[in-house]
Design a protein around this ligand. Structure first.
Ligand code: ADP
Ligand code: MG
Length: 252
């Protein structure tokens, strides 16, 4: 064997002058918020601020609980992180992309490719089968051919233990099963970040535990980052980290 010339290995990393302004996918934090504020207009002229300057960073693969009293701003924060709503002030980076200057088309594209959603109420389409529901995000993106979408949806339902029920209508499934379909659907575009707003809020203890463990498994198997709003402290304690919001601010 001939020795290959050893590459020069500098002890310190010097940033390249031509480094891109936004980090490419796969590097850096999945999410960063700096000084994010949100105000709502109540009535005609009264403006009420509900988020008062949120700083938050989520690294790749983190599994984080978001807790706080009702009305503290958790859903508002999740909607902003999920690019469903815009902050009034402050900045938000998703996979290194700073979002304040992006237009609606770029926002929609970034949301579709980087973020998955699981809500308290699953929002499955009741006239569709489990498989068709999981295909929905891929259909909306219109990137994959039909057979590939079906195969991917089947694999995702298999991962959440529902392959035998894939041709059931969503309405013919238990609450826990429906929420697992919603998790499979959230994974359809292989997002780096999944946002879950009280995903176990409507479920009995056993089903809640199953849904939570399913998300944990996805997190371990795929390195998907999760931010999960929950009132269930027992589940929150099983996360890597707890972020607490009180009166529109992160505390602790
Ligand atoms: P949480 O999810 O923690 O219960 P929310 O984010 O839903 O809290 O709400 C935070 C505050 O913002 C509440 O006082 C709520 O009434 C207010 N709020 C939420 N959405 C709107 C809206 N679209 N217009 C006006 N006020 C809103
Ligand atoms: Mg809420």
């Amino acid at each position: 064997m001939t020795a290959s010339p050893s590459p020069s290995s500098p002890t310190t990393e010097t940033p390249k002058a031509d480094a891109p302004k936004t980090a490419p996918s796969g590097r850096g934090p999945v999410l960063r918020l700096a000084g994010v504020r949100k105000s709502y207009n109540v009535g005609t002229s009264v403006e009420v601020e509900v988020l008062h300057g949120i700083d938050l960073t989520l690294e790749r693969g983190e599994f984080v609980a978001l807790i706080g009293p009702s009305g503290s701003g958790k859903s508002t924060l999740l909607n902003i992180i999920g690019l469903l709503d815009r902050p009034t002030a402050g900045k938000l980076w998703i996979e290194g992309h700073e979002t304040s200057t992006l237009g609606d088309a770029d926002i929609t594209r970034l949301r579709g490719h980087s973020i998955g959603f699981v809500f308290q109420y699953h929002y499955l389409i009741s006239a569709f089968t489990a498989l068709e529901n999981v295909m929905m995000p891929m259909l909306a993106d219109r990137v994959f051919p039909d057979d590939r979408m079906r195969k991917t949806a089947h694999q995702l339902l298999d991962q959440v233990g529902l392959a035998p029920w894939e041709n059931n209508l969503a309405t013919n499934m238990s609450g826990g099963q429906q929420q697992r379909v919603a998790i499979a659907r959230s994974l359809a575009m292989s997002p780096a970040l999944i946002l879950a707003d009280e995903p176990t809020g409507n479920l009995d203890t056993k089903s809640a535990d199953g849904v939570f463990e399913m998300m944990r498994k996805v997190n371990r198997d795929h390195g998907t980052t999760f931010l999960i709003v929950t009132h269930n402290m027992e589940l929150a304690r099983r996360c890597d980290r707890i972020v607490e919001v009180v009166d529109g601010k992160v505390v602790g």
